[in-house]
Design a protein around this ligand. Structure first.
Ligand SMILES: Nc1nc2c(ncn2[C@@H]2O[C@H](COP(=O)(O)OP(=O)(O)OP(=O)(O)O)[C@@H](O)[C@H]2O)c(=O)[nH]1
Ligand SMILES: [Mg+2]
Length: 328
């Protein structure tokens, strides 16, 4: 998703910027009367205040993605990370305030044009200043929410144009360790479950975009936001899924549960390769291998992400697939 670069200005910043620009504007008109001079000067001031406020609010509306036009991966992500209805409502408030600014400004301009006395000019200008200040101050909470949403939206990656390998599996199986091994990234790695809470992106030799996912137990349909991110990546981003098993004796999760997850993910995206990790802790006899292969129904890569065993073989396959993908 396109990054929204400019931070959203808060109410005070918008008003300070508008009023100080109006206050410091140069003005050296020659007029026939004092009234005409004051009218022209105040007209110019309110033009500036109107323009600054309108352009700051327009910038927010223009920069934010049109929520209804989002599709696929991006739409899914926005739905997981944000309350779409609330975001739409808050953006509408900004649009409404922008329209109100125009109304108040036009009404003030009309009064200035027809003012018969200096008092009337001052009163029209201060009414506009007072009312637009109150409108923008009332946007405070909205602007805070929109800025928070901007930061969240900026975490949604530009992910579609690369060959994407999504690393999935139960918690603590070594997904992040594998990502660190293959790409040199430095994800958090801990000896307990649920360390990774959101998708992490890295590159392998500038060709494969490797996506580390939060660990999923056997319920891929959970409403938990971390699990939904993993599911969304598997469903809409993955050109291939690298599924990691942990067959070590001290793994807290049963093989049956890991197979249940494998099957659930296979239904979403069947383009998978399999790794049995932590082979530095397994006595990998031929007997053990055939036991494993009878359970997972295919020959996996036997690797140790931590001790760097056979990970080069896996990397070669991913790079070969990526080259085929780019040559298509
Ligand atoms: N012995 C051994 N330990 C490993 C290997 N790969 C990972 N580990 C250890 O397993 C633990 C979990 O590793 P992570 O990479 O954080 O696992 P994860 O799958 O990303 O975990 P979550 O993010 O919680 O889903 C850490 O203590 C790692 O050091 C391996 O090949 N051999
Ligand atoms: Mg992890």
């Amino acid at each position: 998703m396109k990054k929204i670069k400019k931070p959203v200005l808060m109410s005070k910043e918008i008003l300070d910027s508008a009023f100080s620009k109006a206050k410091n504007m140069p003005f050296d008109y020659r007029t026939k009367s004092k009234l005409e001079f004051i009218c022209k000067k105040n007209m110019k001031k309110i033009d500036i205040v109107y323009d600054v406020i309108a352009s700051k609010l327009s910038l927010i509306l223009d920069e934010f993605p049109k929520i209804n036009e989002l599709e696929g991966f991006e739409r899914g992500f926005v739905e997981i990370l944000l309350d779409i209805d609330k975001l739409k409502k808050e953006l509408y408030r900004i649009k409404f305030s922008k329209e109100l600014n125009k109304k108040l400004y036009l009404s003030c301009r009309h009064k200035l044009r027809h003012a018969k006395a200096i008092d009337a000019v001052d009163s029209a200008r201060s009414t506009y200043y007072g009312r637009i200040s109150s409108v923008i101050e009332k946007l405070s909470a909205t602007l805070i929410y929109i800025e928070k949403s901007r930061r969240t939206l900026n975490t949604i990656p530009l992910a579609k144009n690369r060959y994407n390998a999504v690393v999935c599996g139960f918690p603590n199986t070594g997904k992040s360790t594998l990502m660190a091994n293959l790409s040199g990234a430095t994800p958090k790695i801990m000896p307990y479950a649920f360390t990774t809470q959101k998708l992490l992106f890295s590159l392998v030799d500038d060709k494969v975009q490797l996506i580390d996912t939060p660990g999923v137990l056997d319920n891929i349909d959970s409403k938990n936001a971390s699990i939904q991110q993993a599911k969304l990546a598997a469903a809409t981003l993955a050109d291939i899924i690298v599924f990691i098993f942990d067959f070590t004796d001290d793994c807290h999760y049963s093989i049956d549960n890991q197979i249940t997850l494998k099957k659930a993910i296979e239904k979403i995206n069947s383009n998978m390769i399999f790794c049995v990790n932590k082979i530095d802790c397994i006595d990998l006899t031929d007997e053990k291998k055939s036991e494993i292969e009878s359970v997972i129904k295919t020959e996996p890569f036997y690797i140790s992400a931590k001790k760097n065993i056979n990970t080069d073989e896996l990397k070669k396959v991913l790079l070969k697939n990526a080259n085929e993908f780019y040559n298509r």
